[in-house]
Design a binder for this molecule. Structure first.
Ligand SMILES: [Zn+2]
Length: 421
């Protein structure tokens, strides 16, 4: 690791007290947190320079693929003893979401560490921690002189936080992606406030839908029959009744998480021109997030029926309709899952498997038929991604490196599978 001249030593923020010498991995993490890869104008050049330095330190090649102007995917590769076997992908995104600095205790890009070892900064959880943990795990495995049988790729992608359209979504279709010969991928997960570690094996499908209600127009002084507003009310009631049902299902079943139920939110209403005119049309929009366990064809039939029951002429259209329901196997018989879960078990880690409640780049990886697990090794940590005062404790961070050290070693040692070269 290169020395960093302006690095404050030990405890950040200048507090007095016993100074515990900082682990170089923590120092590197804090350096990475200070790079302003924040939307709307992320400094991706800074991230790429940082990654160049890492590749140099590790003595590994780095490849860069510009998938869109200014949007570069970087890949650092550690070639295995048997490079014909499928590789292991360690994916992370370099960008972070913006901050409301006035709500933060410290500068969100200063990576201040308090006296308890909590490191504050945008990206401490989502997901600069994981990036550095991958790097440090590889560094340690290499320095032990290990050679793993499968090739390991660390991939660093832009624009995850704005939907991945100019990042991972593009790259999975790129010939360079296919060349990586990936067999199994790890990507980001979420913190868990308890003892367990949450592991995500699938994601929900977002459906953005607008329901249009036509009706008889007329003067605002009369009882106009069959109005757009009456139909609109029925539509809203049906969707929101369904919302209540799903909410109840979530709250009454102990084993349900947000990933297991369909969320519904009414997000826009449009219609009408003036006070004294009954409008000929009104519409309402909903954001639905549907778990992979729901039959999407049947669900759309249901929506069709709701519209029909709301009155004549009521129709719907999609602004977004995702249909990919691929999930990654968590069966003991699956060799990747077996390697992952057994390694965690050997470290006495309790795993909780869930469907991710929102969306990550894993969905693009799964969509091209590859197994992907969303996992950020952060237990005893409140979920603060995209929130004010996002932080991660340095001990949790350091433990995560050990976790990846074991995980990468065992995943890259999964024996040749049926159908592999
Ligand atoms: Zn993320």
């Amino acid at each position: 690791m290169l020395p960093d001249k302006d690095e404050p030593s030990g405890v950040g923020g200048g507090q007095a007290g016993p100074v515990r010498s900082e682990d170089p991995a923590v120092t590197l993490f804090r350096q990475y947190l200070r790079l302003r890869t924040v939307h709307p104008e992320p400094d991706y050049d800074a991230a790429l320079q940082f990654l160049d330095r890492i590749a140099l330190e590790l003595g590994l090649p780095i490849k860069k693929v510009e998938v869109c102007p200014g949007r570069v995917i970087a890949i650092i590769t550690w070639t295995g003893a048997n490079p014909a076997l499928k590789s292991i992908l360690l994916n992370s995104h370099t960008d972070v979401v913006p901050v409301y600095q006035e709500h933060w205790k410290y500068d969100a890009f200063a990576a201040i560490k308090d006296e308890d070892g909590n490191i504050y900064g945008r990206g401490t959880q989502d997901m600069k921690c994981v990036t550095i943990q991958y790097i440090e795990a590889i560094r340690r495995l290499k320095s032990q002189g290990k050679t793993l049988s499968r090739t390991v790729h660390m991939m660093f992608v832009p624009d995850e936080e704005v939907g991945g359209q100019k990042g991972m979504e593009k790259f999975v279709e790129h010939p360079e992606f296919k060349k990586l010969n990936i067999g199994f991928a790890l990507d980001e997960g979420l913190a868990n406030p308890g003892e367990s570690f949450t592991v995500f094996y699938g994601e929900k499908n977002p459906w953005w839908i607008t329901v249009t209600c036509p009706g008889n127009p007329g003067h605002g002084s009369r009882f106009v029959e069959n109005t757009a507003a009456e139909k609109l009310r029925r539509v809203i009631n049906t969707f929101l009744d369904f919302r209540e049902t799903e909410k109840k299902r979530l709250n009454t079943s102990e084993c349900f998480t947000l990933g297991d139920v369909t969320t519904v939110n009414m997000t826009m209403v449009k219609g009408g021109l003036t006070y004294n005119m009954v409008p000929a049309e009104m519409d309402v929009s909903f954001d639905l997030r549907i778990p992979p366990t729901v039959n999407l064809q049947e669900f759309e039939e249901r929506i069709k029926q709701w519209c029909k029951e709301a009155g004549d002429g009521v129709s719907y259209k999609f602004a977004q309709k995702h249909m990919n329901q691929s999930v990654t196997s968590t069966a003991d018989s699956d060799p990747w899952w077996n390697a992952f879960s057994m390694t965690c078990k050997a470290m006495n880690m309790k795993l909780k498997t869930e469907i991710f409640p929102a969306a990550t780049d894993s969905r693009f990886i799964r969509a091209v038929g590859l197994p992907a697990i969303g996992f950020s090794p952060m237990n005893h940590t409140p979920i603060l991604l995209h929130d004010h005062n996002e932080f991660l404790n340095e001990d949790v961070f350091l433990r995560g490196i050990q976790v990846y050290e074991q995980l990468v070693a065992s995943l890259a040692s999964v024996p040749r599978l049926v159908g592999e070269a």
